[in-house]
Design a protein around this ligand. Structure first.
Ligand SMILES: O=P(O)(O)OC[C@H]1O[C@](O)(CO)[C@@H](O)[C@@H]1O
Length: 242
């Protein structure tokens, strides 16, 4: 696991962009995408670039259960707004938050993932160490499923909703087992509120209590941090860029 620290989240996002561009140039065809505030600068840089994804596929990590794609807090809406409207892909896949047959939705998403192995996966991290919506305790071999969001995640994400009561309590999430199948993983974390999760990921044991810690078992993972997110790491853990 290589860890690079940048002065700003924008510089880290530029580095992530370079990895995406290089992967695309080398023939990567399927990109695993994340939502949340963390990848917003990366998507902005991609929107302003001349990268062409019209032959590529996107599979997203997760979607709130109960939110339709036209709800402005759904991750389907987020992806259209931040990336897909400006950069069309040949195929985009996000779990359907309104699926009534939950088991079928899960099975279908797992089929999509097995038929479209991810070449490069973008990840953020929750303040509790979650990746996707794989909350602490999620098995390392988990596949797509409907998960209960923890109170910490609901508290962290309520900033995007009118009130806490509006935050969905469940979400579909790609499992950790599927995330680990990605050939390359780029995890980004920005801000002081991610510093503890980053420290536990890097320094702690590999444990389901800190889902991101499993990335230490993945052979091609890079972690891109701003100074605040790296503030609880030992400087010998990382390389400073820029
Ligand atoms: O980037 P944020 O908004 O801090 O969110 C952290 C993580 O939690 C999620 O929203 C849940 O999947 C991720 O999409 C994101 O990477």
């Amino acid at each position: 696991m290589n860890i690079f620290v940048f002065e700003t989240s924008l510089e880290a996002s530029q580095y992530a962009y370079d990895l995406v561009a290089k992967a695309l140039e080398s023939g990567a065809n399927t990109f695993g995408l994340a939502t949340g505030s963390t990848p917003e600068e990366l998507y902005s840089i991609i929107r302003d670039s001349d990268l062409d994804f019209t032959d590529a596929k996107a599979v997203n990590l997760d979607e709130y259960y109960g939110l339709p794609a036209d709800n402005d807090q759904s991750y389907a809406y987020f992806m259209k707004k931040h990336l897909f409207d400006a950069k069309p892909f040949a195929q985009t896949h996000i779990p359907d938050g309104t699926a009534t047959d939950v088991e079928k939705e899960i099975e279908d998403y797992n089929t999509i993932l097995s038929e479209n192995p991810v070449d490069l996966q973008i990840l953020g991290i929750g303040s509790n160490g979650h990746i996707g919506f794989n909350e602490p305790g999620s098995p390392f071999d988990s596949k797509t499923r409907l998960v209960d969001l923890t109170d910490e995640t609901i508290q962290a994400n309520k900033r995007n909703f009118e009130s806490e009561a509006d935050v969905p309590k469940k979400a579909f999430s790609m499992g950790i087992g599927s995330i680990l199948e990605s050939k390359q993983i780029v995890l980004m974390a920005f801000g002081e509120n991610k510093a503890k999760a980053v420290k536990e990921t890097v320094h702690g044991e590999v444990t389901p209590d800190v889902p991101a810690s499993v990335l230490k078992n993945h052979s091609n993972t890079v972690i891109l941090l701003d100074k605040a997110a790296a503030s609880q790491l030992d400087p010998s853990d990382y390389e400073v860029i820029g």
